[in-house]
Design a protein around this ligand. Structure first.
Ligand SMILES: [Zn+2]
Ligand SMILES: [Zn+2]
Length: 300
């Protein structure tokens, strides 16, 4: 899994930072979280192929998170054979996407679009695929806003040295063992656990526009990587309450309480010309942390 942060600004783009979008590539599939204005160009610069996008997950309907969506959809519809795209998002998604598609003139009928309105109660599984699941939960922002976790399923890893000792070679029998089935080989029964072990899947959570809330803690629990908003440094707590955004200290508190391995903060107010001050501060609150920057890549 590779995560590319395409924008780190809150509300408006600055000279150094674009607004929100986070691209995740997993086994060749592109999953885009939010699509602020300018996301397509950020993708060009990051060398991301838009044709790979299969899922778009929207946190909420504030412009800095969605105003690039129509441009991206139009580009996808122009492909020779447009790929199917599923858009997941908070309540009102059907009406809003319908309005959006009407707002410009293009051949939307060429698109294979599926819209899924999410209304999770607490933390809920909203997608269950072969390799990973996605969870969503409502957070505490000015308008309904979702947080997400992408959780890779545990995978069986074959120890080829052990398999070879039993005389096994790469092939269908190994495939069966990999799938968790016992096999018979030269009169002996071999169980999957004899030649393999389960490797725990990785978990990655995104908690953008919100105040700290129970669902944010729940979503982030035991995440390998938590990307959380920190619009402000800690002395700005009053402002953060007013606008329902988090400070560095609040993001760090979630990471600590939820036992997160690594914290990456993003969604910075334009009052900060660079992320230096935020980076310095977050490190005092949570050791394994970093302030994101546009085009930052994280391997998981
Ligand atoms: Zn925002
Ligand atoms: Zn917002």
């Amino acid at each position: 899994m590779e995560i590319t942060i395409l924008g780190t600004s809150c509300m408006v783009p600055t000279k150094e930072r674009n607004v929100q979008a986070i691209y995740v590539e997993y086994k060749g599939e592109g999953i885009l979280f939010d699509c602020g204005e300018g996301t397509q160009r950020q993708m060009n610069i990051a060398g991301i192929n838009r044709n790979k996008i299969r899922k778009i997950l929207l946190t909420h309907w504030h412009g800095d998170h969605v105003s690039g969506l129509i441009g991206l959809l139009q580009t996808i519809s122009n492909n020779e054979s447009p790929q199917k795209v599923v858009i997941f998002g908070p309540r009102e998604i059907q009406e809003r996407i319908a309005h959006l598609l009407k707002s410009v003139s293009f051949e939307e009928s060429r698109m294979d679009l599926e819209i899924k309105e999410l209304n999770p109660r607490g933390v809920e599984k909203i997608y269950d695929g072969e390799d990973y699941i996605i969870q969503a939960a409502y957070l505490d922002h000015k308008i309904p806003c979702l947080g997400f976790s992408l959780i890779e399923k545990d995978q069986r890893k074959i120890n080829m040295a052990k398999a070879k000792k039993l005389g096994l070679k790469e092939g269908p029998l190994i495939g069966k063992l990999q799938a968790g089935h016992s096999v018979n080989f030269k009169g002996q029964a071999i169980k999957p656990d004899d030649v393999s072990h389960m490797q725990k899947g990785k978990k990655f959570s995104i908690i953008l526009d919100t105040l700290p809330c129970t669902n944010a803690y729940e979503l982030a629990r035991e995440a390998d990587i938590l990307i959380a908003e920190s619009a402000y440094t800690s002395e700005m707590e009053e402002k953060s309450l007013e606008y329902k955004h988090m400070t560095t200290k609040q993001a760090a508190l979630i990471a600590t309480t939820a036992n997160v391995k690594k914290l990456i903060i993003t969604h910075f107010s334009q009052r900060y010309k660079t992320n230096k001050e935020l980076e310095e501060e977050i490190k005092t609150f949570f050791q394994n942390s970093q302030a994101a920057y546009d085009f930052m890549k994280i391997k998981l």
